[in-house]
Design a protein around this ligand. Structure first.
Ligand code: GTP
Ligand code: SPV
Ligand code: MN
Length: 600
């Protein structure tokens, strides 16, 4: 075992031993978190054929990896919450009895690391030692996971130091599920495409993941721990684990506000979190782009940390116009997965800057030309980049105390129906808006692209317990926080006109909406009542320099009462799935919405 002396945590050592006995790896390696270790992982992946170096003059110290074509996104139908009672997983999750799931998993994990090295990665979600942070230990047989965990979390010795001899950690076991016979060479991207299990045991805080090497299925600190397991811990302990970006907004007068926003996967969190505002004098700085952990402090306010240390961002669509700060973040020391390769050793994806090259190697490793009618990068191709490389990372982004949240935005991808922005009347109404959130499906998860589905608080794939109990938890947090709770808003950057053109320019122009939001927090900007919430007037929204006709503004902001009565009917059907678990206050909100729409 390499680095065995790094820890004398008895329980951890016993657990490592237990997993070794089960999975029978050839070697064991405990990650120390050093730079050399990271480089070794990259070298190992290059030697093994998993990765290739990008040109040093294009993307220094960066690698490109093509996954197996059957392992490109989260697999929601293979993701399970395993708790004693089915009702505690709720109707939105795949449920399995913990014992039954272990009976399925143990034969699969038996000998699953044969021929491979077992890596033990101690990691901290959040700044090491922060009162809001939590520690996990991931065991994996994938160097790709080790390298990505180095960028996405804090790993190694400092974490073991905090853990000491008996600290608490969340045990996370991951395998690509592809043991090797004697002398057999590993596939470039080993996985077990037909047999994936992403499983969570919230009652014992365990995570077991089998068969996939990809993103949220394999980097277990991210969605599995920081959302599914953490959401159950948060419910028990009175805090919040949310699928939210965190940004710091500074006005021309120097007033600082913090905004958190929950949008479903591939619906614009990374873009909003690090945007360059188009309105003069305003500044956005990034605290986090995907996950927020929020706790009350003595002053009664909610403080948020970003539990991650890097970005695992959607590559396609990212360019110097849409997200210059992401482009700068990924200039070096990054890992690219399922993007295309240019002839001069750089990366390429759909809508990146510049002309479309005449020739590329596509994400399947094949020659690609523009006339072939195929995408060169997978729609869910990703970059992994250190957060510290972001030019607009907030100076206090890693403050262990977190930042006080002033406003929470909900939002989804809606081509119709949903106006650009609205404000909830209070926390309870805001909770209702979040609970009734719906969005068109994206490539971040396998299957059903474009289909409209309810995605409450952008947590549908990530809640570790009954969604209705989670709504109850939101309401309780509101009861605790009272007037100190953030104001809640709902935004939609994705509305289209009849010709299918975006009605709103989006990206840096979203700063106009952020300005309205923080002005509302200070009681400055105007809004008018509508049956679904308070809408910005055209005068209250700073549209200076934008070519926005009254007609386009009206289309963007239109709230059609008959269309919304139909939506209310769908919300009612959706809420009915939760039976008596549905908080009465949400039923009351729905009834009030219907009454307002009928009166309109
Ligand atoms: P995950 O990492 O999957 O959680 O996604 P995310 O919410 O961080 O989404 P991201 O910011 O990566 O955006 C996903 C896609 O939406 C990209 O293709 C963006 O170009 C596009 N997008 C983001 N913001 C806007 C916007 O304001 N308007 C429009 N039209 N598209 C946007
Ligand atoms: C998402 O799908 O919301 C992501 C990417 O942020 S993954 O890590 O795969 O979950
Ligand atoms: Mn996400």
């Amino acid at each position: 075992m390499t680095n065995a002396t790094l820890t004398n945590h008895k329980k951890l050592l016993a657990w490592i031993d237990e997993i070794k006995e089960l999975t029978t790896p050839d070697d064991i390696y405990i990650a120390d978190g050093s730079k050399e270790e990271y480089q070794n992982m990259l070298n190992l992946m290059v030697e093994g054929g998993t990765a290739q170096w990008l040109a040093e003059d294009k993307k220094p110290n960066s690698v490109l990896i093509f996954s197996d074509p059957a392992d490109v996104a989260r697999v929601e139908d293979r993701t399970f919450i395993c708790c004693e009672k089915e009702e505690n997983a709720g109707p939105t999750n795949n449920w399995k009895d913990p014992k039954e799931m272990k009976d399925i998993l143990m034969p699969l994990f038996k000998g699953c690391m044969k021929g491979r090295t077992m890596y033990v990665i101690p990691f901290s979600m959040g700044p090491v030692g922060s009162p809001i942070a939590h520690i996990g230990v991931e065991i994996t047989d994938s160097p790709y996971v080790v390298a990505n965990m180095h960028l996405m979390t804090r790993v190694g010795k400092p974490v073991l130091d905090v853990l000491g001899e008996d600290g608490e950690y969340v045990p996370c076991v991951h395998t690509v599920g592809a043991p090797l016979a004697e002398g057999e060479k590993s596939a470039a991207w080993p996985c077990n495409a037909e047999n994936k299990y992403i499983t969570h045991f919230p009652e014992t805080n365990e995570i077991w993941s089998f068969g996939s090497g990809y993103g949220g299925n394999a980097l277990l600190g991210k969605k599995c721990f920081a959302l599914r397991i953490a959401s159950t811990m948060a419910k028990r302990e009175g805090w919040m684990a949310e699928h939210m970006l965190i940004l710091k907004l500074t006005s021309p007068e120097g007033v600082e506000k913090y905004v958190a926003a929950a949008f479903p996967s591939a619906c614009g969190k990374t873009n909003l979190a690090m945007m360059n505002p188009t309105i003069p004098g305003w500044k956005v700085e990034c605290v986090g782009d995907d996950i927020a952990w929020m706790k009350f402090k003595e002053d009664g306010r909610l403080y948020a940390i970003n539990p991650e240390a890097g970005f695992f961002g959607v590559a396609p669509g990212t360019n110097y116009h849409s997200n210059p700060n992401a482009m700068e973040s990924l200039k070096a020391n990054s890992i690219f997965t399922n993007v295309a390769l240019t002839d001069d050793g750089d990366v390429w994806w759909e809508d990146i800057d510049g002309d479309v090259p005449a020739h590329l190697i596509d994400w399947n490793g094949n020659d690609w030309t523009p006339d072939g009618g195929k995408k060169a990068a997978h729609p869910n191709a990703r970059f992994t980049a250190p957060a510290a490389q972001c030019p607009v990372i907030a100076p206090n982004w890693a403050d262990p105390e977190g930042v006080p949240i002033d406003a929470i935005l909900f939002g989804g991808r809606r081509a119709t129906t949903q106006p650009l922005a609205l404000e909830a009347s209070n926390w309870e109404h805001g909770t209702f808006l979040g609970a009734a959130m719906a969005s068109e499906k994206t490539a971040a998860a396998a299957g059903g692209l474009g289909e409209l589905r309810f995605d409450p608080m952008a947590m549908l794939p990530f809640i570790g317990y009954n969604m209705a109990d989670y709504w109850g938890h939101w309401l309780e947090m509101g009861d605790k926080g009272g007037d100190n709770m953030p104001k809640v808003f709902y935004v939609n950057w994705f509305r289209k006109d009849e010709e299918g053109k975006w009605l709103w320019p989006g990206f840096g122009e979203n700063s106009r909406v952020l300005k309205w939001v923080v002005e509302r927090c200070d009681g400055k900007a105007d809004a008018v009542d509508s049956p679904i919430g308070k809408l910005p007037t055209k005068e209250a929204m700073d549209l200076a320099g934008l070519d926005m006709s009254d007609k386009d503004w009206d289309s963007l902001m239109k709230v059609d009462a008959s269309e919304w009565l139909d939506v209310a009917g769908k919300i009612e059907e959706y809420f009915a799935k939760f039976g008596d678990k549905l908080p009465a206050r949400l039923t009351k909100q729905l009834e009030a919405l219907k009454a307002r729409l009928e009166a309109a």
